[in-house]
Design a protein around this ligand. Structure first.
Ligand SMILES: [Zn+2]
Ligand SMILES: [Zn+2]
Length: 261
């Protein structure tokens, strides 16, 4: 009895996350083309036709690009909150009524042997939210696309066995980089993305003895590098005496299916 997951793809070019228990198989977001999504599934030996459903975090295209296509192709239910549905529905194409489900903000839903809890984040979308997954005493938290990590979020995601956590940018690289100031301000702002250092600081508050592994996710292609993200987060944790297994994620390649426990 356990939880297994793979970060199928992560970054501003497209996000998709897969998690399964013995009975349930969920995809969170489908931010790459239908063809790319199929390719990612085949790389981790998951048959998308077997999915329980697709959870959506928010309507940005790097999270829903292939959503309509995958949902239609495999006749899968989609779960999102009402405002996200309103914001994304037009771009999904035709779906049948029995594919549309509401997953409210700050709600816990039980699907067989898995409990999924949603929590709101500060990000420039209609009503962005992320999820924790619980099964048989294990907990996994998915936290990306947020301007800052509030106390409320910390409470919800604390004490998990594994995290998929945003380390979007290096503040120095972003400031020095080629982006126009308006874009820099958006990324650095409260509704943007979490920097490497802020990820490290938030993680020091939320991880516990049971935390075994952290995947650094949603890295900016222009304003970050895998090594830099890992080192920055590691430094912050190290200063507080915490040693933990930090893993990379990739925009195009899935992480190996990881068994929590
Ligand atoms: Zn976003
Ligand atoms: Zn995103």
């Amino acid at each position: 009895m356990t939880l297994r997951f793979s970060v199928l793809a992560s970054g501003s070019t497209g996000n998709a996350f897969y998690i399964e228990s013995n009975e349930q198989k969920f995809l969170v977001d489908a931010g790459l083309s239908g063809k790319q999504m199929d390719h990612l599934f085949s790389k981790v030996n998951v048959d998308p036709a077997q999915l329980t459903g697709i959870l959506v975090t928010h309507e940005h295209s790097d999270h829903i690009k292939g959503l309509g296509i995958i949902a239609r192709k495999y006749n899968l239910p989609i779960y999102a909150n009402e405002k996200t549905w309103n914001a994304m529905e037009k771009s999904l194409g035709k779906l049948s009524l029995d594919q549309k489900f509401i997953f409210g903000m700050e709600e816990v839903k039980t699907f067989g042997d898995m409990d999924i809890e949603s929590f709101g984040v500060s990000h420039d979308a209609a009503e962005p939210m992320f999820y924790t997954f619980r099964h048989d005493g294990k907990k996994v938290a998915l936290v990306t696309d947020l301007g800052y990590v509030s106390e409320r979020i910390k409470k919800t995601v604390e004490d998990a066995d594994a995290y998929i956590f945003e380390a979007n940018h290096d503040v120095g690289m972003l400031r020095m980089g080629r982006y126009p100031w308006s874009v820099k301000r958006r990324i650095l702002g409260d509704s943007g993305h979490v920097s490497n250092e802020d990820a490290g600081l938030a993680l020091t508050d939320i991880i516990s003895n049971r935390t075994k592994r952290i995947y650094l996710a949603h890295l900016s292609l222009d304003n970050n590098m895998k090594d830099l993200a890992r080192m920055s987060v590691q430094n912050v944790l190290h200063e507080r005496g915490i040693e933990i297994d930090l893993q990379d994620t990739d925009p195009k390649n899935p992480t190996a299916l990881y068994e929590v426990g």
